[in-house]
Ligand binder design. Structure first.
Ligand SMILES: O=C(O)CCC(=O)C(=O)O
Ligand SMILES: [Fe+2]
Length: 224
């Protein structure tokens, strides 16, 4: 028998493997995680989002560290746990009104059993399907501004459900609140002029709460 034709057997691969669950965090078994180097936990926890950010930078022909490097030691990551109780009048109220996220990027751990999240595209609402154990990655307004509109921060909402309650865990990755946000100069030229005004996360977040209460969109307040 040629050695290459052997598909089953006892031969081990020539490598070591560490195979551990990173997300969701409550599935982490820290006793299996290496204690050296001491930074391992933190680096691995950031790994998911950094990988996305690197790929987004590459899509825009930027250096892969471009977005990752914007997150300094004062950058804030918020976790939001949403609990939507079942609602006797689902036609009258949203679980969460239509909005966009003010973040750079949002990662959503969507409920594995109950749908409810919807995205708007060209004025039409689409259900986000349930994909067990999947993470949903959403562009936020800051990414839309920095990419000069190349990436769009989608309008989304959550509808209520008469029978079932629903949960989601949302991680918002945001910059240092004082840092100025504006379209990256690399993405502005004559063909694609600057589409957004300069702002900061602080100012923008204030606008977001104001506009959310009024039912309008914060991103419209910074469009040129
Ligand atoms: O509950 C969800 O699936 C999404 C919630 C959301 O959009 C948010 O918290 O900003
Ligand atoms: Fe959201």
């Amino acid at each position: 028998m040629k050695s290459g034709s052997k598909v089953m057997g006892t031969t081990l691969d020539w490598c070591d493997r560490l195979y551990i669950i990173v997300e969701p965090e409550n599935r982490r078994i820290y006793s299996l995680w290496p204690t050296q180097p001491p930074s391992f936990r933190d680096i691995l926890s950031e790994y998911t989002v950094n990988l996305f950010l690197q790929n987004l930078a590459k899509l825009l022909d930027l250096h892969e560290g471009h977005f990752v490097n914007m997150f300094d030691e004062n950058a804030l990551t918020y976790a939001r746990l949403n609990y939507y109780p079942n609602c006797p009048k689902p036609d009258h109220v949203f679980g969460m009104k239509p909005h966009t996220d003010a973040s750079v990027i949002t990662i959503v751990f969507v409920d594995d059993n109950v749908s409810g999240l919807q995205l708007q595209k060209d004025g039409v609402w689409y259900n986000v399907p349930i994909v067990p154990n999947a993470l949903l990655v959403n562009m936020g307004d800051v990414m839309e501004i920095m990419s000069n509109g190349f990436f769009k921060s989608p309008i989304h909402r959550v509808v209520t459900n008469a029978e079932k309650e629903r949960l989601s865990l949302v991680m918002f990755y945001t910059l240092n609140p004082e840092k100025e946000i504006e379209p990256l100069p690399e993405l502005v030229d004559e063909k694609r002029p600057r589409r957004y005004m300069k702002t900061t996360t602080n100012d923008y977040t204030a606008k977001l709460f104001e506009t959310f209460a009024r039912g309008t969109l914060a991103i419209d307040t910074v469009k040129i």
